[in-house]
Design a protein around this ligand. Sequence first.
Ligand code: GLN
Length: 545
Amino acid sequence: MNTKFIFITGGVLSSLGKGLAAAAIGALLEARGLKVTFQKLDPYINVDPGTMNPFQHGEVYVTDDGAETDLDLGHYERYTRAKLGQRHNFTSGRIYHSVISKERKGQYLGGTVQVIPHITDEIKSSILQLAGEADIAIVEIGGTVGDIEGLPFLEAIRQLRGNLGKENTLYVHVTYVPYIQTAGELKTKPTQHSVKELRAIGIHPDILLCRTPIDLSPNIKSKIALFCDVKEDRVITARDVKCIYEVPLRFHNEGLDERVVETLNMWTRAPVLTRWEDLIAKIREPQHTVQIAMVGKYVNLTESYKSLNEALSHGGVANHSAVEIDFINSEKLRGEELEARLAENDGILVPGGFGSRGIPGKLEAIAYARRNKVPFFGICLGMQLAVVEFARSAVGLPLADSTEFAPTTPDPVIYLMKEWHDYRTGNVQVRDETTDLGGTMRLGAYPCRLAAGSKSFAAYRTEEIFERHRHRYEFNLAYRDRLEGAGLMFTGLSPDGQLVEIVEISEHPWFVACQFHPEFKSRPLDPHPLFVAFVQAALALKLGR
Ligand code: GLN
């Protein structure tokens, strides 16, 4: 397959939605019958985003192969059928790491190792790995043009046009056209400067995606075209939208996909966009609204739970329902205040997390959901805490805990397996509290068998599922019988029965908690069964009230 490359850069300022733009372009090309893949190149020095604070960087997105990646890979996977992994996300840190290891091994034969050509060659070979994988590879460069650390990446993609040819490369620049209230008009200067900067590096953009609060008039478009030396029909309005899933259709209406295939000299069918149109129609006119309490730590930033928020909305769409999320900070709200707030919601979700902050409040929220028969969904840490709460209140082990928070608890219902035979990778992992933070997690997709008659089985309608993981601690099987005796059901297990993946409470309308992160596999056009079932249960509670 002769893979063609689309390079996406950003200008003027960050947060312009480059990742979404890349994903939407992918969706349109896929709708034209092309196979697409993606790559995100992040200029920061961290080797992977795994240990980065979600406050600063947003969610860590996990792929099937266990890569801990930038959240933009989540957008790419949600908008398309692309299967992404380790080779679809590189950081400067990873590139330098690899060059320095080669240097240490003497692979450069004592030559002087430099940014150009060694770092740039390493970047190019990371990009060119994608050749043959799809018709089109969409490569997004993180950061903003003008950042010092982005330069080697821009130089690498500049060289690739020379290496691959004009018909095989396309440069899309995402820029900003602000509306200045006092002047009552759109301003093109920031865009002009940003393109100038890009051209100084030697990259001449083929298409400009202009983020703007109002439509660009033909006049403004021709002004931008003139000053930036881009054809007028390649200056695209990327107007702010209420719902992010409208972006592919908006881009299509602006002729973007047509311009892309034309510039790359490709012949395709017209795009089939009915599924996207149906989706938008459903999102615009929901029949119901449910409100879900999300009880967590990083609650003030929706970016930290990006995939989760999206998965909830997908679950809503499947139920013709809008989902409003009530973010509750479990460090701030406790006791009666917390219960009063929970009572305003139709379902309660405790998401994944690390560290001991906010744990007591999360346990209170779980107890509330269990006692008051409010639909409850626990994810990863949320599942571990559901087990702790059950062991304490229903089994009578008041000191039951996870060794993550209470290393000396007499009842470690959640613990660190000292030695773990990773049946997926074949490795034996030895873990204790002192092992390196980066390397000891169970990461990526693992199989799980579902028990017939369970709520999970009813949702998935299949016996074996594959779901993505990102955690260190596991359920301690020594407690299984006691918890089962008190009514906790172990409805999802690893094929060897050693790892607990899902627990449920049968005497409850919907109390399901899973060790994995189902949110990473939910898509707007293919909502995740557990989210569909959870929203359905919340809706049933609301309608029955
Ligand atoms: N902190 C828990 C663990 O490491 C849960 C992790 C998570 O929720 N992703 O096992």
